[in-house]
Design a protein around this ligand. Structure first.
Ligand SMILES: [Zn+2]
Length: 345
């Protein structure tokens, strides 16, 4: 089968690899019908040393169940399913608490050395807990929006939920990538009254306005912080959703959160040390929260509005490539020519 392998920074190849097959009785084999490239895939694209490769890429996909192991109870051949970016049993104490990304028996796709979403087929562990059956056909026009449930929509929603967004909240979203834009949509859904989007790509922030942003601040750094403070009576917003993961975005978040407020991070941090002292978090009684989104747990909540067309999170996809053109998809996202790239087999 064809699979996307990253050999090192800037070196993505689509190659023939051994077919994925069932290994455990709890596995399902899924034939991928739609997958995509994530902003977080760009982190290794920038920095992965070649001696760490090649690694299978992709952690967001929709597909058709082709075969199930003997212990799989809830899925059958022919089901259309969406896979979250982490697999989980759905039954352990953390899954029951809605924190599927901390599943005692689960993990992330990059922990499975020969599986990935940007391929033709995936062996899905703990299939009953991991996969979510979709009530549409594989060629449904809703597929792009349904695909966002595997990561970017669920992640944006998690940012908003963890940040405590509720009716009347004032929110700043840092980052105009797919997660940032869907954090805007999520904050709007949860009733936020003011949503300031910090981003500098007009085509993206325009989509952000469609999703519910009330203000756009294109400036970054100190200038951007001043602008947000000017818009909010000098103090910033009570909630900041950080959807980038680089240190300047964290610093921006600290700069625009008002005293007593909350910073919720869902951009995968590309740093291990960050200021938490008196002049950053402590002095203003700021709460820092966030982490990998348990997107599996949000699907029940987010699916109805996608199915009835109330929201259209799939608008973040602005390019589609066939699997053999995935390397060009990485290039296009890296050069900010594409916001998010859908991959078809
Ligand atoms: Zn679990």
């Amino acid at each position: 089968m064809r699979a996307t392998l990253m050999h090192g920074a800037g070196d993505v190849r689509v190659e023939n690899v051994p077919d994925s097959v069932l290994e455990q009785p709890t596995d399902a084999l899924v034939r991928v019908t739609a997958s995509c490239i994530c902003g977080s895939d760009l982190h290794p694209y920038h920095s992965m040393p070649s001696d760490q490769g090649p690694v299978y890429m992709g952690h967001e996909f929709i597909g058709v169940v082709e075969e199930v192991g003997s212990a799989v109870a809830t899925l059958k051949k022919g089901d259309l399913v969406v896979a979250p970016f982490a697999y989980s049993d759905g039954t352990c104490q953390f899954c029951r608490a809605g924190l599927h990304t901390s599943c005692e028996h689960g993990g992330f796709w990059d922990g499975l050395p020969t599986q990935g979403g940007q391929t033709e087929a995936v062996r899905v562990p703990l299939a009953d807990g991991t996969l979510y059956r979709l009530p549409v056909a594989a060629d449904s026009a809703l597929v792009p929006s349904l695909l966002t449930l595997s990561d970017v929509y669920g992640t944006g929603y998690h940012a908003a939920v963890a940040g405590g967004v509720t009716a009347g909240s004032s929110v700043t979203v840092v980052g105009d990538g797919a997660v940032g834009l869907l954090a805007v949509l999520s904050a709007k859904q949860l009733g936020a009254e003011r949503i300031i989007l910090m981003g500098r790509h007009a085509s993206r922030t325009d989509l952000g306005r469609d999703f519910g942003a009330t203000d756009v601040v294109a400036e970054r750094g100190e200038e951007g912080i001043e602008k947000v403070r000017d818009l909010t009576g000098g103090f910033g917003t009570e909630i900041v959703l950080e959807a980038v993961g680089h240190m300047p975005a964290y610093e921006q978040a600290v700069g625009v959160v008002r005293p007593g407020g909350t910073i919720s991070r869902v951009g995968v941090p590309q740093y291990s040390d960050a200021p938490v002292g008196f002049t950053s978090l402590f002095g203003g009684n700021i709460t820092l929260t966030g982490g990998p989104a348990p997107t599996r747990g949000y699907i029940d909540r987010l699916l109805p509005a996608v199915l009835d067309g109330t929201v259209d999170p799939g608008r973040v996809f602005d390019r589609t490539v066939a699997i053999d053109d995935v390397p060009d998809g990485y290039r296009a996202m890296d050069e900010r020519e594409a916001l998010k790239v859908l991959v078809t087999p």
